[in-house]
Design a protein around this ligand. Structure first.
Ligand code: SF4
Length: 238
């Protein structure tokens, strides 16, 4: 991949590989411990290439990873996990759920209101298209967690290898979601940022929405493969 790729182009290219009509590729269904217990479907395909990504193999091989599932089957599996484990939260995780828009909207329609659905996204597509955020506003049982990669354009590009201008799309996503009245919050990968960068982002987020300045700080979890990638790019967690 071009070292300075455009995430929107990658979203289109990858979307065609992991979407087939109403179907989307997934590689795992599970109950996870996060959020006090949550039914989780891990999808395949992302428009970023974060150096600290735990699903690196899936992100880099969307054509060779996962299996196609229709929205009805994904809903059936998520609901079964939640009912069997007495969980009241569900999410799509693993890679980037927003790549397959039709599938995601179909899935949201199929999930019952007593299960809070948490959409974990890098925000790129929601920042690009205000209409996408507005479409999500139809679902009161939805909360969106926008995971921001680094504290500014330069850190974003270092961590993802993407065009630095795309950092702004992640902030735009919060703006669009806020305008549309969708429940949401920012999470920020701060492992590679100093205090000044964190404070500066806090101010930018405050300008978008008062509540956004109190963001969730995300720390990178290491494994040997991630450490090797970081060393290759001369990056170290602070
Ligand atoms: S946005 Fe998430 S899934 Fe995509 S590369 Fe980054 S960490 Fe991995």
């Amino acid at each position: 991949m071009n070292p300075m790729y455009d995430p929107l182009t990658v979203a289109v290219e990858t979307g065609t590989l992991v979407t087939r009509g109403d179907e989307r590729k997934y590689y795992r269904f599970r109950a996870a411990r996060f959020y006090g217990g949550i039914g989780t479907a891990d999808c395949v395909g992302c428009c970023l290439r974060c150096i600290f990504c735990w699903a690196w193999d899936k992100v880099n091989d969307p054509a060779g990873s996962g299996t196609f599932y229709g929205a009805d089957e994904v809903a059936r599996r998520i609901i079964a996990i939640c009912r069997n484990r007495k969980l009241h939260r569900a999410r799509l995780s693993g890679n980037e759920p927003t790549l397959s828009r039709t599938h995601l909207i179909s899935l949201l329609r199929l999930l019952p209101q007593d299960i809070m659905f948490i959409l974990e996204t890098n925000g790129i597509l929601l920042g690009h298209d205000r209409g996408y955020a507005q479409e999500l506003a139809a679902f009161p049982h939805l909360h969106v967690r926008v995971s921001i990669k680094g504290c500014n354009e330069s850190e974003f590009s270092q961590l993802t290898g993407a065009d630095p201008a795309a950092f702004g799309l992640q902030l735009k996503a919060l703006e669009h979601l806020g305008e549309a009245g969708v429940s949401c919050h920012p999470a920020v990968m701060v492992s590679f940022s100093d205090h000044r960068a964190v404070d500066s982002l806090r101010e930018r987020l405050r300008g978008i929405g008062a509540g956004f300045s109190d963001f969730e700080a995300e720390e990178a979890f290491m494994n040997p493969a991630i450490e090797r990638r970081l060393a290759k790019r001369g990056l170290l967690p602070r």
